[in-house]
Design a protein around this ligand. Structure first.
Ligand SMILES: NC(=O)C1=CN([C@@H]2O[C@H](COP(=O)(O)OP(=O)(O)OC[C@H]3O[C@@H](n4cnc5c(N)ncnc54)[C@H](O)[C@@H]3O)[C@@H](O)[C@H]2O)C=CC1
Ligand SMILES: CC(C)CC(=O)C(=O)O
Ligand SMILES: [Mg+2]
Length: 363
């Protein structure tokens, strides 16, 4: 298979973790006989510095033509002046909107080797396997903003159609898992949440084999840490999903471990680790690249239909977590490049005949 992948390294640790993810994809291509062509473009703060725009037209055009897009992270103190007219994060929001990727899939599992890092240290951790489906192109991040000297507003708006499509995506995914959806809202206070809840309840009737429960977001934040194994698919709006998934990362052991896939309907998929540009560790070569590498695995699965190759990367990551080396955020001493190299070496340890069959066919 030949595929064109646009990479958007962005700012801070973005380029560091993305280099590692690209190296792993190149190693997969070498071993499985596929051909991945990479084209790097600007987004975020580095794009503002170079062009004045957080999402230059050339970047958007390249993304639209690609088979998939792999992104690092954007933002940082250099571009965080409260008076700034353009911000790196606007580039990220704009690419998500332009690609129409309304469903952000953020899987959470807890690797047994990292269980001691989790705030929840008991048997229940073994069974944690949650898929967050975060609505990604609506809500407060995209509403109108106003600002006077002493007042500011952020409009939070959802349409029924926006809630319907992400709900259907969540239920379809739950059907392939443990047939359970938890919809998270704040319907006791917010009108958008009341629309969310009634829409989810109606769409659920299309999936009688999937059980639906509703949970208010504040208590959900507590239950996630006390009973995470109870949950299968959690569907929620943009802001709540952003916050709950960073919280969920604490169960896994580090924000640097979690990947994501942002998907629309027949549009180009966008893949990125859930963390930000981590300015506190940027430039030191110590960022954990596993979230980015696992995002590359999701790219292979969801955009290129290469499930065997995706599973092989995931197995290689699991092998590294079991055997080391570990990066600093999870209690080790290894830098980004050492983790990258260990994952690439582990590809050979976990490779199956199915994975290598592409190579045999070509060779
Ligand atoms: N998708 C994106 O591009 C996102 C960008 N941001 C931006 O990133 C900047 C920093 O935001 P923060 O709130 O500090 O969140 P952050 O996710 O960048 O960092 C939070 C903490 O997690 C650590 N961390 C994050 N990724 C890591 C990795 N791969 N390996 C090891 N440790 C890691 C950081 O060192 C920091 O201590 C801001 O400008 C923010 O707007 C934030 C979230 C998402
Ligand atoms: C930087 C923001 C636009 C969003 C964010 O934190 C995220 O998508 O995880
Ligand atoms: Mg976030």
């Amino acid at each position: 298979m030949k595929a064109r992948i646009v990479t958007l390294p962005g700012d801070g640790v973005g380029p560091e973790v993305l280099d590692a993810a690209v190296a792993v994809l190149e190693a997969v291509a070498e071993r499985s006989g596929h051909s991945f062509e990479f084209e790097s473009h600007l987004i975020g703060g580095c794009a503002i510095d170079a062009t004045g725009e957080p999402l230059p037209a050339a970047t958007l055009e390249a993304c639209k033509k690609a088979d998939a897009v792999l992104l690092g992270a954007v933002g940082g103190p250099k571009w965080s002046d409260p008076q700034a007219k353009v911000r790196p994060e606007q580039g990220l929001l704009a690419i998500r909107a332009a690609l129409g990727v309304y469903a952000n899939l953020r899987p959470l599992q807890v690797h047994p080797a990292l269980a001691s890092l989790s705030p929840l240290k008991n048997e229940k951790l073994k069974h944690v396997d949650v898929l967050f489906v975060r609505e990604l192109t609506g809500g407060a991040y995209f509403g109108a903003k106003t600002r006077t000297t002493d007042t500011a507003t952020d409009e939070c708006k959802y349409t029924v159609a926006e809630v319907e499509r992400v709900t259907r995506r969540a239920f379809a995914l739950a059907r392939e898992r443990r047939q359970h959806v938890t919809s998270v809202d704040k319907a006791n206070v917010l009108e958008t949440s009341r629309l969310w809840r009634s829409t989810v309840t109606r769409i659920a009737t299309e999936y009688p084999d999937v059980k639906l429960e509703h949970q208010l977001v504040d208590s959900m934040a507590m239950l996630l840490l006390t009973q995470p194994a109870r949950y299968d698919v959690i569907v929620t709006e943009n802001l709540f999903g952003d916050i709950l998934t960073d919280e969920a990362a604490a169960l896994a052991g580090s924000l640097g471990l979690l990947p994501s896939a942002s998907l629309g309907e027949g549009t180009v998929g966008l893949y990125e680790p859930i963390h930000g540009s981590a300015p506190d560790i940027a430039g030191q070569g110590v960022a954990n690249p596993l979230g980015a590498i696992l995002s590359a695995a999701m790219l292979l699965r969801h955009s290129l239909d290469l499930d065997v190759e995706a599973t092989t990367i995931e197995a290689a990551v699991s092998h590294v977590l079991s055997n080391g080396p570990h990066s600093r955020d999870i209690g080790g001493k290894a830098g980004t490049a050492a983790i990258r190299d260990a994952v690439i070496a582990a590809l050979d340890d976990v490779a199956t005949p199915a994975f290598l069959s592409g190579l045999r066919a070509c060779g």
